[in-house]
Design a protein around this ligand. Structure first.
Ligand code: HEC
Length: 150
């Protein structure tokens, strides 16, 4: 038969090739399907879960626990200055930095133990309650980008 495969061997090679292609195709399809599910659910869920009303609602009890002791339940101040009607909180970067860094010398602790989402929630709450109305969303991503390294 020389170097050429018999028709039977050639036929089997063809079958193997088909099985390999089939397997590869199925794996590719499965990975592709998983990717589509991840893509269709991931950002959509994250977006719905991080809208302004949701984060403001999450921020209320977090403010009550972490901030109200010094800034007042109604934001009128105490050990810390008022946050009600305080244009300082109109700046997203200012409020994020204030929460993350605090001001040790003047008596405000740094809140690095809060998660990015919690800091964003508190910021949105303070900016949209107690007479403040700054509807630009403070995102958890913005908090993450402001969080000090380390
Ligand atoms: C232990 C008391 C204390 C707690 C708790 C506290 N703060 Fe403060 N905060 C202060 C003091 C004191 C200042 C003034 C220091 C300064 O000017 O940086 C201040 C300043 C601020 C300012 C800047 C106001 C301005 O006009 O300069 C903001 C905004 C603020 N705090 C928000 C918060 C938020 C939000 C929380 C909760 C996560 C919080 N603080 C928790 C004491 C506190």
């Amino acid at each position: 038969m020389g170097r050429r495969d018999s028709p039977a061997v050639a036929h089997n090679k063809g079958k193997l090739g088909f099985m390999r292609r089939l397997t590869l195709g199925l794996v590719t399809a499965a990975v592709g399907a998983a990717g589509v599910v991840a893509m269709s659910q991931g950002p959509a869920v994250a977006q719905a879960a991080a809208d302004l009303p949701t984060l403001v609602a999450e921020g209320q009890p977090l403010y009550a626990r972490n901030c109200a002791p010094c800034h007042g339940a109604e934001g009128n101040g105490g050990a810390g200055p008022p946050v009600a009607g305080n244009s300082f909180v109109g700046s997203i970067s200012a409020i994020l930095n204030q929460i993350f860094l605090g001001n040790d010398a003047r008596g405000m602790p740094a809140f690095t133990r809060l998660t990015d989402r919690e800091v964003a929630a508190i910021s949105n709450y303070v900016r949209n309650s107690m007479g403040n109305a700054y509807p630009d969303l403070v995102t958890p991503e913005a908090a993450a980008a402001t969080r000090p390294a380390g």
